[in-house]
Write a protein that binds this ligand. Structure first.
Ligand code: NAG
Ligand code: NAG
Ligand code: NAG
Ligand code: NAG
Ligand code: NAG
Ligand code: NAG
Length: 295
């Protein structure tokens, strides 16, 4: 009797622990394919393959914070690419991938095409590893304006991003580059760019270029911060330091005052492509907007 009671409490405790541990933070953005034909059924071969793969994922990341694999046979073949931001500590990287593999099943239940982005890592199912995937393209941006938008975008940021694109493409397996520059009015511009490790140097460059060329018409033009997210590459620019930077990589402190609070704008219209776009807000949520466009 006593033993049973103890066991019950133990199980209950475990259940609670498990329950707490499955509360993953929201993605900064995610997308799931919208067509029923890309859905799979519970307990199908695809479901089993996916779960096998996801459960092993964070343990199998390589030293560069990258993982890609495929298991199963068509049509139940599952392919996944998971990658951490190039400057993440390995423990944060594993935690992030762990979170992403659980969160993706929650936000894209039974969807075969799914992309999830955290600040620290990205997850995508990518059936053709080694090819450039530009769709969906998601912009997430801070709605506050910089003080001299044209100078910011066309001079300082441009020079910075162009040099980062080259450095990242030529970066070997770790296609990641980060730097800062002095923007207008003594603002420090922080930027990072990254491609998935499976891309060639040329494909990486093309992917980043593709996103970069959309900046002039992007609603993120002249804003304090923006994430430009595609399955094969992404880049960020902002006038404040990045989260979770490795010690020693922090940019010098800046004296600019924090951005004023901003009212969130109404949600943008959904694009007509075959993806639904969703925006999950950051902790500093009210300063962010989402905009997404099918290529
Ligand atoms: C997808 O399936 C749901 C219910 O199973 C149905 O209501 C919806 O119309 C379907 N959508 C498409 C695009 O076929
Ligand atoms: C992962 O999720 C836990 C909560 O389950 C959270 O405390 C932690 O910050 C998350 N880590 C990352 C890197 O997302
Ligand atoms: C995701 O995986 C499914 C099934 O393998 C595939 O149909 C879909 O095209 C993949 N998405 C991308 C972007 O590769
Ligand atoms: C940013 O600038 C644009 C164009 O000058 C203006 O319409 C918009 O209201 C500004 N946004 C904020 C949050 O000040
Ligand atoms: C970062 O940018 C500065 C110019 O702003 C440049 O001198 C420096 O070489 C860059 N760092 C790297 C690692 O490319
Ligand atoms: C299954 C698969 O495609 N694995 C590839 C993952 O990426 C590495 C390069 O980083 C390839 O060598 C693997 O073949």
């Amino acid at each position: 009797m006593g033993f049973l009671k103890w066991l019950t409490i133990l199980i209950f405790q475990f259940y609670n622990l498990f329950d707490l541990s499955i509360a993953q933070p929201n993605f900064i953005s995610y997308a799931c394919a919208d067509f029923n034909k890309t859905e799979f059924s519970p307990n199908s071969a695809y479901d089993t393959n996916l779960n096998t793969l996801l459960s092993a994922l964070s343990r199998n990341m390589d030293g560069d914070g990258f993982y890609n694999t495929s298991i199963g046979q068509d049509p139940d073949k599952v392919s996944v690419i998971a990658q951490c931001r190039g400057d993440m500590e390995s423990q944060i990287c594993r935690d992030c991938i762990n979170n992403a593999t659980r969160k993706i099943l929650e936000v894209c239940p039974y969807k075969k095409s799914a992309f999830g982005y955290y600040d620290e890592c990205t997850y995508s199912n990518e059936s053709i590893i080694g090819t450039v995937s530009l769709n969906p393209l998601v912009f997430i941006y801070n709605t506050a304006n910089v003080s001299s938008p044209d100078e910011f975008m066309q001079e300082d940021l441009r020079t910075l991003l162009e040099s980062l694109q080259i450095r990242a493409s030529e970066g070997g397996k770790r296609k990641f580059a980060r730097n800062t520059t002095r923007g207008p009015d003594f603002q420090t511009i922080h930027a990072l760019v990254q491609c998935t490790a499976d891309l060639s140097a040329q494909d990486c460059f093309n992917c980043l270029r593709n996103g970069y060329e959309r900046l002039p018409t992007c609603p993120c033009y002249g804003k304090l911060a923006a994430n430009v997210l595609m399955p094969s590459c992404n880049f960020i620019f902002q006038t404040y330091p990045f989260s979770n930077e490795l010690p020693g990589t922090q940019a010098p402190p800046q004296s600019a005052p924090p951005p004023p609070p901003i009212r969130p704008s109404p949600p943008p219209p959904l694009p007509s492509g075959n993806f639904n776009f969703f925006m999950e807000l950051l902790a500093s949520s009210s300063t962010y907007n989402s905009f997404s466009s099918p290529l």
